[in-house]
Ligand binder design. Structure first.
Ligand code: 6PG
Length: 474
């Protein structure tokens, strides 16, 4: 190893858009880097070198296709960030990487890995005395370049060693506070990122539903919709996702608006499904993200939709909508979406013995990431005194006042045949969660009738499980 290469502070693996942009960000912050990308004959050749040549800020970085040379170029204890596809690609890569590492090296997985996988890898690496951090990164490739939101979990000693560097490259609030924090052990960083993505799915779907409702109101005049959404951006509804939506709607080419050219099939890489599943496995009604995920699934059923639209032709009824009311409901649906996501983190703290502080997470998500918004900044403040969003006084008045607005939006959507799965599931969640009584007693009776699963009666304060009178009769 040359004297020069001994100064290499960070190794970055994976020169896709995220890896390249994060490398550029590190380089712009003055760090010397070694860059590695695999060699796949005819498909991926000299990728690290090509990226180094493409971006002037990477001129001092060393580019590798040999993993052994890459590893030995980095100053010990090595600090390596991996930005490759989660799952099997990561596993295969780690198998090759681990034998080349030394005790005390720090490996950071910056992909969208499942938090349970992160836990397994963490424990496996610790056996070899290698430190591991699972790092959720948000902000897309632009965030990776300009400052992403970084959510870390894993070995605390390792975090202390890399904290300053990661804070330097992360997003900052105007007052300079970095959006980068250690949240706890094992998979918590990736868990929190997964919940971020679940919230992201529902935020996107809510905007898509608002868009459909506005399309009906403005008779398809996208210019008007664009202006309307732009004006929402100057209000309590402000968010990064709303901002990019109104910008997207301005794009045109010779044949008209670009949005009209895009096939109406929404893809998903998996984190939204994981987030949805995790609500199910912890027994939490995370209906907003599930509705959003299912809306993507419905969008994929293009052929079936086309066929059924010919067989079942439903009739639209006359109805109008107030845009002011729509905006009020949009704000409340967002509140419910955030409420559910943060409640899932609160639950996970109990299940996994984590201590991820909700106000810290709201801070992490207030800059750099895809779900940054004015609401998130309010939540950051409010979580200091209240643990649950629907209990926060600041939102109470709006929620109570919105009841008649809900009616009109739900009725309008039903009359004009506009699917609003996320908005209507938010209504159901709000109404269900704010009523003392549920219909769960009838479910219990049914379970007991057919399967002797037992019931608890209100007059039994010992919590005894008994069988109902139908069991005696049968
Ligand atoms: C981010 C994003 C990013 C990506 C997700 C979701 O925070 O930067 O969440 O990680 O958008 O992978 O992608 P899908 O919509 O394809 O599931």
């Amino acid at each position: 190893m040359s004297l020069e290469s001994k100064k290499i502070e960070w190794g970055i693996v994976g020169m896709g858009s995220m890896g390249t942009n994060l490398s550029r960000n590190f380089a712009l912050n003055g760090y010397r880097l070694s860059l590695y990308n695999r060699h796949l004959k005819g498909k991926e050749e000299q990728i690290a070198l090509k990226q180094k040549k493409k971006f002037p800020e990477l001129k001092d970085a060393l580019a590798f296709e040999s993993l052994a040379n890459f590893v030995s170029s980095i100053k010990r204890p090595r600090k390596i960030i991996i930005l490759i596809s989660a799952g099997s690609a990561l596993k295969i890569f780690l198998k090759k990487l681990i034998p080349l590492l030394s005790e005390g090296d720090i490996i950071i997985d910056g992909g969208n890995s499942h938090y349970k996988e992160t836990e397994k890898i963490n424990l496996q690496l610790n056996k070899k005395k290698i430190y591991f951090l699972g790092m959720g990164i948000s902000g897309g490739d632009k965030g990776a370049l300009n400052g992403p939101s970084l959510m870390l979990g894993g070995d605390k000693e390792a975090y202390k060693f890399v904290a300053k560097d990661l804070e330097n490259v992360s997003a900052k609030r105007v007052e300079g506070k970095p959006c980068c924090t250690y949240l706890g052990n094992l998979g918590v960083g990736h868990f929190v990122k997964m919940i971020h993505n679940g919230i992201e799915y529902a935020e996107m779907q809510l905007i898509a539903e608002i868009f459909s409702l506005l399309m009906e109101t403005f008779q398809g005049k996208i210019n008007n919709i664009q202006k309307e959404l732009e004006s929402w951006q100057k209000s309590s509804s402000e968010s990064y996702l709303l901002a990019i939506t109104s910008e997207i709607l301005t794009y045109k080419d010779d044949n008209g608006l670009f949005i009209d050219k895009i096939i109406d099939i929404a893809s998903a890489k998996g984190t939204g499904a994981w987030a949805s599943e995790s609500g199910i496995s912890m027994g939490y009604p995370n209906s907003s993200m599930i509705a959003a995920l299912q809306a993507r699934f419905t969008s994929k059923m293009k052929t079936q939709r086309e066929n059924l639209s010919k067989i079942i032709t439903l009739k639209k009824e006359d109805a109008t909508i107030s845009i002011k009311k729509l905006k009020i409901i949009y704000d409340i649906c967002r509140l419910i979406n955030h409420h559910q996501g943060f409640e899932m983190i609160r639950n996970s703290n109990q299940i996994y013995n984590w201590n991820a502080d909700l106000h810290v997470i709201a801070h992490l998500w207030s800059e750099g990431c895809i779900i940054k918004s004015g609401l998130m900044k309010t939540l950051e403040k409010e979580f200091k005194t209240k643990a649950s969003i629907l209990e926060m006084d600041v939102f109470k008045k709006n929620i109570l006042e919105a009841q008649t607005n809900w009616n009109s939006i739900l009725n309008f959507a039903a009359a004009r045949l506009i699917p609003i799965p996320c908005i209507s599931s938010s209504w159901n969640f709000l109404i269900s969660m704010t009523q003392e009584k549920s219909s769960g007693n009838l479910i219990q009776a049914q379970r007991d009738y057919f399967g002797a699963h037992g019931i608890m009666t209100l007059d039994n304060n010992k919590g005894e499980i008994i069988n109902g009178p139908w069991r005696i009769k049968n």
